[in-house]
Design a protein around this ligand. Structure first.
Ligand code: GLN
Length: 304
């Protein structure tokens, strides 16, 4: 299959000016990003790389990082984590508080903010230096020592993190948060501030397409059984109240972030990342979704 020519046709077919979309501005630092950026990178399991547009520019991966924190917490606590966070789609916006009240402080899944904050609490309990240890883990699975946090984005989110703070307080009242709220919030905003290019993101998520092994060294970092479960959670919960729509249109497990990035994987075939900061009303990249829909349609490669 000529992947590069398929990617070129996607770039040509998508006119970014046809899409409305708003750049996230509740984190002031993110509002500064050029809304017309658009790039895509496809990384195949045979180590092929195909790309177009702004695929080599770093952006804030935001909620995409929740999958990486989850896999680390899953390694540390194994199935005990499912006592504190469920695995059901929420059907609610990513930062919603409503379900928590009547579900006794147990978040629906680890990819909404409430669930991701519980995962951060677990990591803070286990790691000596949460920020440094998490970063080292990401550098290892991405095989890239240059990956880093963006302090400006982290600080900007922390100043405006009232909803996340509310989620933490509510869950603490139910006994589902063990550590100090400030410490968890600080770790969470750093985790979300990781910056990567589409290429780096697709390389990092190759782990999920390659049964938990690092492509190249073949080192088994995560057992396949745990990768299988995380992929299932990405499929059912990766796009909040638009998870059904993403599954319907694209047909791959994936995760979005309010920085405009989307990563998706096709187990045993490829990992792909798209970036465009224009978000639809559900907080997912409108153009990223359209690009991925075209990719699975044109390649006839979706898990369905
Ligand atoms: N850091 C962001 C927040 O908590 C992440 C949200 C997202 O990417 N959907 O609001």
């Amino acid at each position: 299959m000529n992947y590069q020519s398929i990617l070129n046709s996607i770039e040509q077919e998508i006119n970014i000016h046809d899409f409305e979309g708003k750049v996230a501005n509740y984190i002031p630092e993110l509002a500064k990003v050029d809304r017309n950026k658009f790039g895509m990178h496809l990384h195949c399991i045979n180590n092929g790389h195909y790309a177009f547009g702004d695929s080599n520019e770093r952006f804030s991966i935001q909620s995409i990082s929740k999958v990486l924190a989850l896999i680390m917490a899953f390694e540390l606590e194994r199935d005990a984590i499912w006592k504190r966070v469920d695995v059901e789609p929420s059907g609610d916006p990513f930062n919603s508080l409503v379900q928590l009240e009547y579900e006794n402080g147990i978040p629906r899944n680890p990819l909404i903010n409430a669930g991701a904050l519980v995962i951060c609490d677990i990591l803070v309990s286990h790691l000596k230096n949460p920020k440094a240890d998490f970063l080292n883990f990401i550098r290892k699975i991405s095989n890239n020592p240059t990956i880093n946090y963006d302090e400006k984005v982290a600080k900007s989110e922390k100043e405006w993190g009232f909803r996340n703070s509310a989620l933490l307080h509510l869950m603490k009242s139910f006994g589902n948060i063990k550590n100090d709220i400030e410490t968890i919030l600080d770790f969470y905003v750093y985790q979300c501030s990781l910056t990567m290019t589409c290429k780096e993101l697709s390389e990092t998520f190759m782990l999920f397409a390659n049964k938990g092994r690092i492509l190249g060294t073949n080192e088994q970092i995560i057992p396949w059984n745990r990768i299988k479960r995380i992929n299932a959670i990405m499929m059912t919960c990766g796009f909040y109240d638009e998870a059904g729509e993403f599954s319907f249109r694209v047909g791959l497990p994936g995760k979005s972030g309010v920085g405009g990035g989307i990563v998706a994987i096709h187990p045993n075939y490829y990992s792909v990342a798209a970036w465009s900061p224009k978000l639809n009303p559900k907080g997912n990249s409108a153009i990223g979704m359209a690009a991925l829909e075209l990719l699975t349609t044109k390649t006839e490669l979706s898990i369905f």
